[in-house]
Write a protein that binds this ligand. Structure first.
Ligand code: GLP
Length: 244
């Protein structure tokens, strides 16, 4: 779906999420959301916060699982995805703190394997992801599933691609300060979601959007695995769609 502006697209994505939350509430069920960081989802979070403040949208039946976290950043680090999510969404809404799940960036390396299995199990025990929000990196990563990520990959630690570090370098005041690794949900974790919306804005995403949607499905561009997911929508602005 192609929109004139990222703002109008983000409002519609936020409305879909709000409707899902309300529909689960009417069935006395929890709503399990997979959430993303980066600049792409910011307007969606802004709109959800506005709906919470002005339209009584409640998140009391919402459980969230974030895609990824830099390794090894502490929660308090202003570059951590923990910090990002609280700043942009969680401190502004009525979600129960115990319902927020974000990979812990400082799990000791020898405890990581069990930690990642436990993260997968928590998603499963919550009933699986009802909705996964995604951005896309210029490498074709979703979460931090960089080129080479297998379709069957689960939550794990991954080494960040050079292009990803270049793109993050301005946030970190230089590429040498960008973490080399991250913990990310796997491709298979993401593909199990019942509904997926991938958002991309701007000209610098046009090439990867073209290759992701029109190219051969391959672990060289992990986002191409979404082509076979039966309930995925790519939500784009005109610039991101300009090479389709
Ligand atoms: C980071 C995140 C991804 C995100 C990507 C794109 O690498 N781990 O989940 O999709 O950046 O970021 P942006 O939305 O800022 O373009």
């Amino acid at each position: 779906e192609i929109f004139n502006t990222a703002s109008e697209a983000s409002i519609l994505v936020a409305q879909e999420i709000a409707q899902l939350i309300a529909s689960k509430r009417s069935q006395n069920k929890i709503c399990v959301l997979g959430l993303a960081t980066g600049s792409s989802p910011i307007k969606v979070y802004e709109e959800l916060v506005r709906m919470h403040r002005e339209e009584n949208l409640s998140f009391s039946n919402v459980v969230t699982f974030n895609l990824d976290e830099y390794y090894a950043l502490k929660k308090e680090n202003h570059h951590s995805y923990h910090y990002f999510m609280h700043e942009h969404l969680f401190i502004h809404i009525d979600i129960k703190p115990e319902n927020i799940n974000i990979p812990d960036g400082i799990v000791p390396i020898d405890a990581l394997k069990d930690y990642c299995i436990a993260y997968e199990n928590e998603i499963k025990n919550a009933g699986g992801l009802d909705f996964q929000l995604l951005g896309i990196g210029r490498t074709g990563h979703v979460g931090f599933n960089e080129p080479g990520s297998h379709i069957n990959s689960g939550t794990r630690i991954i080494t960040l691609d050079h292009i990803t570090k270049v793109d993050a370098s301005s946030d970190f005041n230089g590429i040498e300060n960008v973490p080399k690794r991250a913990i990310t949900m796997g491709v298979s974790t993401i593909l199990k979601s019942k509904r997926i919306v991938l958002m991309a804005w701007g000209q610098n995403k046009a090439d990867i959007i073209n290759r992701t949607t029109q190219g051969e499905i391959s672990s060289e561009i992990p986002a191409t695995f979404l082509q076979n997911h039966t309930n995925t929508t790519f939500v784009l602005d005109q610039s991101a769609a300009s090479e389709l």
